[in-house]
Design a protein around this ligand. Sequence first.
Ligand SMILES: Cc1ncc(COP(=O)(O)O)c(C=O)c1O
Length: 368
Amino acid sequence: MKYPIAKPHILESDVQAVADTVRSGILSIGPKTTAFESQFKETLGVNFASAVSSGTAGLHVLLRAAGVEAGDEVITTPFSFIASANAIEYMNATPVFVDVDTHTYNINPDLIEAAITPKTTAILVVHIFGQCADMTRIMAIAKKHNLRVIEDACESILATHNGQFAGTFGDGGVFAFYPNKQMTTGEGGMIITNNETIYNLCDSYKNQGRDNQNMQWLDHKYLGYNYRMSEMQAALGVEQFKRIDFLLKEKKKIADAYTKRFSENARITPPFIAPENKESWFVYTIRVGSKEARDALMKYLEQDGISTKIYLPSIHLFEYYRDTYGYKPDDFPVSEHISDTILALPFYIGLTEKDIDYISKRVLTYLS
Ligand SMILES: Cc1ncc(COP(=O)(O)O)c(C=O)c1O
């Protein structure tokens, strides 16, 4: 493919930092992990940060640390990457899906209260595609019903809602650094929280259940996991985070360039950003009139070397969720309609105005 869907932004200084760390001989639990965590604490203004091996791992330990238990119900969105719902399953809790807003694709706060039962203990909010969910309303609902709030900010590093960062509203938040993300460590994640108990539990669970305050290497207080981030990953993360403002700015330029070309066309729905939100651009998606039109457009673009992706299929219709909970088409019609009509276009730093011209012309030509 001439135009992949995503590409990491790697500089020689990234390579050097990873190589230096390898040469240092400190390959796990060391100064790079500490430095990476400090960057998040300082920039996001939170008390605690704990680096983990992936966003999924972060969500798992954060749900557990926040007190979600087997048999609990956790309200979440069907329009997300599957990891957000799976993390609830890992706790033997039940994900209770609530349909999404037509415009932002985030969980619809109007529908949350009807889904709350005596078994509900938490809301796992996902800030999808780099845009915050309506945290003003979600936090008010959570407070009223005494629910924990876990934020899956894996796609939304430094996104804001009314000027406040994604991940800082609830009991804790998680970021992710797979190579398609705004910044990468190859694989990796970061948990942030202001709650010391939650932090200590996360830090322990990710490290084989060692109680880090008091314990020696072979003492284990809890049933833990090995969800640690390596020093090589953290070294790359430190370098990437140093230029996160640049990375986000460049992505915004590309998003604006696409939107400029698509916004006049009645057949295309470009991304909608609510006025109270600041986007952290992760993917660039458009929606077209029908599933048939979307599928045909994807095929057409593929012939021209332009990668596209269905971003995202609705989680409840995956086989595991259908088999486990009996979900079927039409259970969450807004989410399903978005899944049926959406596609992601190539979106990475290095795409020039000429590339964007070419890609958007192909899209517009097909739709005309
Ligand atoms: C919304 C969302 N949640 C969770 C994850 C999981 O992150 P990871 O792939 O690092 O496990 C991702 C990213 O892939 C994501 O996009």
